[in-house]
Design a protein. Structure first.
Length: 255
């Protein structure tokens, strides 16, 4: 079942100026429910702009974005905020945890904003805390735990709303390689349980965990790779080769 559809999406900044910036140009792709998709590209390729559109933090200049059959362009600012709370989960490179709250309350925060009953919040937290190994960390504060533990708290905060789509922006960018692998293994685990994930990353290692990789260059989707039955090592090699080819201005292939 198709969860997300982009059709001929464009985003231009300064359209009425002498030097408009075409951040996205005619982007079209779909994401099925249960997929794990990575988006890669060099700085300035349009990844962040695309993520902002999907997060309902910005609107396309042209084209259509639909998530769960909702046309995102038709949402008012108030409706977009509610849509984010109800349908989207977010994981950031910088964790975005509040130091004044315990880890438990950081996880609860999006449900508190939705005025969810405490019993429901506790019932949702219990399996997440066990799955993510957070039981001993819930009553501590973010400044008292490691970066990898902070990211696990952030993942729990994103998942506790039971989002249709989890958006991850460089989720391993601030972590060492060993901790990054642990976080990516968690992503694979929750994806195997049915969670749809769209991850923006510069890392070929991180992208190799995804089922499909989209490559963005100059605001366009230039290429995509499918993992299929390939090993992570083989997928990582293909991703690195594709990025190298695109950086040189060539057209990537699947060989």
């Amino acid at each position: 079942m198709t969860l997300l559809t982009l059709e001929h999406v464009a985003r231009t900044f300064g359209a009425n100026t002498a030097h408009p910036v075409h951040a996205l140009r005619d982007v079209s792709f779909t994401v099925d429910a249960g997929e794990f998709v990575a988006i890669m590209g060099e700085s300035g390729a349009g990844k962040s702009t695309l993520l902002n559109l999907l997060a309902t933090l910005d609107q396309a200049t042209a084209g259509q974005l639909r998530l769960q059959n909702q046309d995102l362009a038709q949402l008012s600012a108030e409706q977009a905020a509610k849509f984010r709370r109800d349908h989207l989960g977010f994981v950031f490179q910088s964790f975005n945890l509040l130091d004044s709250l315990t880890n438990r309350d950081n996880i609860f925060l999006p449900l508190v904003l939705k005025r969810t009953p405490l019993a429901t919040m506790q019932a949702r937290l219990a399996p997440l805390a066990e799955q993510l190994g957070l039981q001993e960390l819930l009553d501590r504060y973010p400044q008292e735990i490691s970066g990898g533990q902070k990211q696990r708290v952030a993942i729990a905060r994103a998942l506790i709303t039971q989002p249709a789509l989890l958006l991850a922006d460089e989720p391993t960018g601030a972590l060492d390689s060993n901790t990054s692998q642990q976080i990516l293994a968690i992503f694979n685990q929750v994806n195997a349980q049915g969670q749809t994930i769209l991850m923006v990353t510069h890392s070929a290692v991180a992208a190799s965990y995804a089922q499909r990789v989209l490559f963005v260059k100059d605001g366009r989707i230039y290429h995509e790779l499918f993992r299929k039955e390939q090993s992570s090592a083989t997928m990582q090699s293909q991703i690195s080769n594709a990025m190298l080819t695109l950086s040189k201005g060539g057209a990537a292939n699947d060989d």
